[in-house]
Design a protein around this ligand. Structure first.
Ligand code: R5P
Length: 318
């Protein structure tokens, strides 16, 4: 039998997974001290057991990371057979190169920590850049929620009678809001159009980041045809909302009928919910890799659970 533990980042997601697996959530105490230190205490027998810890390393990123590290240490000390981390949202993944001279490469440091502390394997979902996989020297699997999101968007469009099966390629433009997202957009599109006849083309936007100012970017141009089409913008993460909102505005300026988005992780900054609410984006399909902070944020979001794909992976681990 496997044991599944939950960090404090997203117990609801952990419970969704254990419910599908018909397993109890294993017991641990997480203490948050007033000086911001954390402590993890395992409260059940784990000797020779395969143990999973589900913990997205979302905001507060560093606290959630420390919990994850301490879970692994505590389980190792109790002689667990294997310790496997499920990190549905991998914080720091965007800091994967030196964007400017003098910068740290934070994701590299996090990976070194995960390996050194003693994880046997790490799972994540739609890592910012697939190339980061090569930095791991322990087994690592990057799962994808893009098919789940593509199915959900398609169902919404059919239910609302906005498109008909058979004419998706003519009515829909799937677009990446930046150069780095083109492969992700292609994968989403392959699934989205899989029952359609004919070949599809993608559109792409040129985005420029203002490196000196956090969360600032400009959408400079759009390559591809969006006129009179429903546009689906595909991205991995939304934080300030700037990328998505600028992209949506440009699509509408170029004649798009409406804009919907499919974004795997909503790692929202404080101002993002109201910016999104007041933006022309109709709806953002996302996952429960990160919990929403309050119900207001749900107004323009439609959340699809990752629990099915996480449970499926756990089932196959011995
Ligand atoms: C960038 O490369 C990512 O894929 C996202 O487009 C970006 O991080 C989104 O951030 P924001 O919502 O702050 O523009």
């Amino acid at each position: 039998m496997v044991k599944i533990f939950s960090g404090s980042a997203h117990p609801q997601l952990s419970l969704r997974v254990t419910k599908l697996l018909r397993l109890p959530l294993s017991i641990a105490h997480i203490t948050h001290f007033d000086n911001s230190e954390v402590k993890v205490t395992i409260k059940e027998e784990v000797k020779n057991q395969v143990c999973f810890i589900i913990q997205p390393t979302c905001n507060p990123t560093d606290t959630h990371l420390m919990e994850l590290f301490f879970f692994c240490d505590a389980l190792r000390r109790q002689e667990a057979k294997k310790v496997i981390g499920i990190i549905p949202y991998f914080g720091y993944a965007r800091q994967d190169i030196q964007h400017q001279p003098g910068e740290c490469v934070s994701v590299n440091v996090i990976i070194r920590f995960l390996e050194t502390i003693g994880f046997d394997k790490i799972y994540t979902v739609d890592l910012h850049d697939e190339a980061t996989e090569g930095v791991f020297s322990i087994p690592f699997k990057n799962l994808t929620a893009l098919p789940l999101l593509a199915d959900a968007v398609k169902k919404y469009l059919f239910d609302k009678k906005l498109v008909k099966p058979g004419n998706l390629i003519e009515s829909i433009a799937i677009t990446s809001p930046d150069q780095g997202g083109i492969e992700r957009t292609r994968k989403f599109s392959l699934h989205f159009f899989k029952h359609e006849k004919g070949s599809f083309s993608l559109s792409l936007m040129k985005k420029k980041r203002t490196l000196a100012i956090a969360h600032q970017s400009e959408t400079l141009d759009l390559y591809g045809e969006v006129k009179n089409k429903i546009v689906i913008i595909v991205d991995d993460i939304i934080t300030s909302g700037t990328t998505l909102i600028n992209a949506a505005n440009l699509c509408l300026k170029k004649g798009a009928k409406k804009v919907i988005a499919a974004v795997v992780h909503h790692d929202l900054s404080p101002k993002a919910p109201s910016l999104i609410q007041n933006s022309p984006i109709e709806l953002i399909f996302t996952t429960d890799s990160i919990p929403f902070k309050n119900n207001d944020q749900l107004i323009k979001f439609k959340e699809i659970s990752l629990s099915t794909i996480l449970a499926e992976e756990i089932k196959h681990v011995k």
